[in-house]
Design a protein around this ligand. Structure first.
Ligand code: NAP
Ligand code: GLV
Length: 309
């Protein structure tokens, strides 16, 4: 029984060290080193190269090192008949909530516009807005969205939430399904996307959805680049229907040089860093599942493959 880590973002040694620090008996390999492929029972992966899960005849579980699993379903050679697990972690949720709060307050207090004005040497006070004046709509009320919505409500925003099935979250007006989407959108001055990327949610941040938001709405996409139709966002901002957007995720990461988002004055960008798995906090659930594999117990945080999240 062994673990192989498959990722190419320079963080393999960090994960390997964190696993060994918490259990020195575990056998863990970097996929680029020589390793006994038949011994591998768990693949701990993050944006693995397509096809790289194939050469493991005794693989029993695919563990995403993050909350999202879209990149696994995007690999046509991934053995998706195996259990797929994902990260559910309090820091992943609270870091996301803090990020969204910071972005929303920054926009509310015009900090991004004032920075641009400063660079242009332009003194121009803008209209004042308070937390209580703003309704934030959170799409996706799962591990991250529910906490983000609750925290926004706690600091005084009016908060709406939208999910596939009905939720009951204190301080949050919850809508669900296609039927609830129109009313949800019609009231959201700021729209936060925290949906998983699935065939149903791909391209959900599009012209029709933007058109249903109140004029001047602001869009925050912290979920996946595939949720957003880039040209529709640009069109709606340039037409003045949307006031701007803050994006953390992109169709291609890093965002290619020359993409219009880079220089757009009303688009704020962060480099997919809203919330990142904390190895210290996440490793115990990975090790727990690794041990559950040998005892045949049900794995924690399994993905529902029919739903894709
Ligand atoms: P989660 O717990 O699986 O929650 C997903 C939520 O989305 C659920 O409320 C679900 O509704 C809802 N949903 C799914 N499909 C829907 C649809 N077709 N219509 C309406 N609602 C739908 O996911 P999570 O852990 O909160 O993570 C969400 C996503 O955040 C991840 O998949 C990942 O892509 C992204 N993420 C980004 C970062 C970053 O740094 N930018 C970090 C971590 C995660 P039901 O509950 O009714 O099923
Ligand atoms: C980050 O994007 C994650 O899915 O954990």
């Amino acid at each position: 029984m062994s673990i192989v880590i498959i990722r190419n973002d320079g963080k393999t040694d960090l994960w390997k060290a964190a696993l060994l620090r918490q259990d020195s008996t575990v056998k863990v390999y970097d996929h680029r080193e020589d390793h006994p492929r038949e011994a591998i029972t768990m693949a701990l992966i993050w944006k693995h190269p397509k096809g790289s899960l194939r050469p493991y005849p005794n693989l029993k579980c695919i563990a995403s090192a993050g909350a999202g699993v879209d990149f696994i379903f995007e690999d046509p050679e991934a053995p998706t008949h195996l259990p797929i697990t994902r990260v559910v972690d309090p820091y992943l949720a609270s870091d996301m909530s803090e990020h969204v709060l910071a972005v929303i307050l920054g926009e509310l207090k015009h900090l991004y516009a004032y920075k641009a004005q400063q660079l242009a040497g332009h003194w121009q006070p803008r209209s004042y807005a308070r937390i209580q004046d703003v309704t934030v709509g959170v799409m996706g009320l799962g591990e991250l969205g529910a906490l983000t919505a609750k925290d926004l409500a706690r600091v005084g925003f009016r908060v709406l939430g939208w999910s596939r099935t009905q939720k009951d979250i204190p301080g949050v007006s919850c809508f669900h399904g296609e039927a609830g989407q129109r009313e949800f959108l019609s009231k959201a001055n700021m729209l936060v996307c925290l949906l998983p990327l699935t065939p149903e949610t791909t391209g959900i941040l599009n012209r029709e959805v933007f058109a249903r938001l109140p004029k001047g709405a602001y869009v925050v996409n912290v979920a996946r680049g595939g949720h957003l139709v880039d040209v529709d966002l640009l069109e709606q901002i340039d037409a003045g229907h949307l006031s701007g957007a803050c994006l953390d995720v992109y169709h291609q990461e890093p965002l290619p040089k020359g993409h219009p988002f880079w220089k757009h004055p009303k688009i704020m960008m962060t480099p997919h860093y809203a919330s990142v798995s904390d190895t210290h906090s996440v490793v115990p659930q990975i090790l727990e599942n690794y041990h559950r594999l040998s005892s045949g117990k049900e794995l924690l945080h399994q993905v529902d493959k029919d739903k894709g999240y």
